[in-house]
Design a protein around this ligand. Structure first.
Ligand code: CTP
Length: 396
């Protein structure tokens, strides 16, 4: 039976953002059934949601009735999760009190799947005793509540009560509903580039954006791992539920990795560590009057090689960025660094490698098995890698 995400939309101005949220789920291959309260249809048309989801929107208690099925019971059985965004004070109150007077509130009563509620309303309404009491009750019954953000509200005043953006809601939901096959396992991920200072204004670095490493850290956290993310400078927000340790240089990354290494079971090194640093960082800005400039470089420590030397029973996964002879070079790195698995990508393949939302990689394990994966989004790839890592943890 196909599982479905039910997107509940209630009558608040933030209802327009529900369209973006529906799109995000669809784009990530989750089928979505939109359920709107009658008031929500005053803010956004059912046609918009129907077009985005490819399914007729359910509104009234008797919508979706088929002679052979009771619609809300049938839908409840197929629900992977219910996400109500925005959730008004009125609907939260009905959920808490057990009132079933439209399709959404009736469905809510019949559900056994995880439920994520995203309250959004004016700050004074949000702080009212009735709403706070509803939230307290719902939380104590195990429903997941997402905190509203602060900022300018539609009524013109600034305050708490804003509905978070679709991206944040999507991540929160994934976090709550995903399978937890890494539950409690301590994992270390490194990500991003390192920067090696040349003078106070300049540095040597590379094109890594950190996206692959952040996608992996997020996937691990979603699946229940305890994640430490040691990251060079990037412009990505840290994933939910991850401990971020920011570093700048390779030497800092080396120290941070060694500090957290003993407590970890799985280590994935996606970071594009600079192999060299300027031998001396000039204390003052280098001036262009200088006749010519020759850089003298010193090698940085190979962090992953060091980890391989002290591996114990940990799983060590490295990345290899190559330009040609991919499998051969990656196999050599895997052996040199004593890895269990290496993820090799050819930087010359379009859509693969640095600064791309997609990647195309080949996995090679210590037994010499080679698995070429198709071009895919880095987020999907992250989950695929986790599947492979999980298999190895079970075997080991
Ligand atoms: N790595 C590391 N420390 C370094 C260099 C690389 O930990 N100083 C790790 C990377 O995080 C990656 C793997 O080693 O997981 C391979 O990195 P890559 O840059 O592909 O290879 P290098 O070992 O640096 O070799 P080369 O640059 O000669 O290809």
């Amino acid at each position: 039976m196909e599982k479905i995400i039910i997107l509940g939309i209630t009558g608040g101005i933030a209802a327009y953002k529900a369209a973006g949220l529906a799109r995000l789920f669809i784009r990530n291959k989750y089928p979505v059934q939109a359920v709107m309260t009658p008031a929500a249809t005053r803010f956004i048309t059912p046609l918009t949601l129907q077009t985005l989801t490819g399914r007729r929107v359910l509104i009234d208690v008797f919508d979706g009735e088929r002679p052979d099925k009771v619609a809300h019971i049938d839908l409840a059985a197929r629900a992977e999760a219910l996400v109500v965004a925005p959730a008004t004070g009125n609907t939260l109150g009905k959920f808490a009190a057990g009132i079933a007077d439209n399709f959404l509130t009736t469905l809510f009563m019949a559900l056994q799947c995880p439920v994520v509620l995203v309250p959004a309303m004016n700050e004074r309404m949000y702080d009212s005793a009735a709403v706070q009491e509803s939230l307290r009750l719902l939380r104590s019954r195990g429903y997941h509540l997402m905190e509203p953000g602060a900022g300018e509200l539609a009524c013109g005043i600034a305050g708490r009560g804003r509905m978070p953006e679709p991206d944040a809601i999507y991540t929160f939901v994934r976090h709550k509903i995903g399978k937890k096959d890494f539950s409690g396992i301590p994992v270390l991920v490194t990500a991003g580039p390192t920067r090696e200072p040349l003078d106070p204004a300049r540095f040597l670095s590379n094109a890594s954006t950190g996206l692959m490493g952040y996608s992996l850290a997020r996937a691990f956290a979603e699946r229940g791992a305890k994640v430490i993310l040691i990251s060079g400078p990037v412009s990505l927000p840290p994933p939910l539920g991850v401990k971020l340790v920011p570093v700048v240089t390779a030497a800092e990354m080396y120290r941070a990795v060694l500090e957290y290494y003993p407590g970890c079971r799985v280590v994935v090194k996606t970071a594009a560590v600079a192999d060299f640093r300027p031998s001396m960082a000039a204390p003052e800005k280098i001036k262009k009057e200088q006749a010519g400039l020759t850089l003298s470089l010193a090698p940085n420590p190979d962090i992953l090689k060091k980890l391989g030397e002290e591996k114990g029973d940990r799983l060590l996964i490295g990345f290899a960025a190559e330009t040609g002879q991919l499998v051969e070079k990656a196999k050599r790195k895997l052996a040199q660094k004593n890895l269990d698995l290496i993820v090799a990508n050819d930087l010359t393949v379009p859509g693969a490698g640095f600064a791309s939302p997609t990647n195309q990689v080949t996995l090679i394990d210590a037994a010499g098995r080679v698995e070429e994966l198709p071009l895919m989004e880095k987020e999907a790839l992250a989950h695929r890698l986790l599947d492979r890592i999980r298999e190895r943890l079970t075997r080991g």
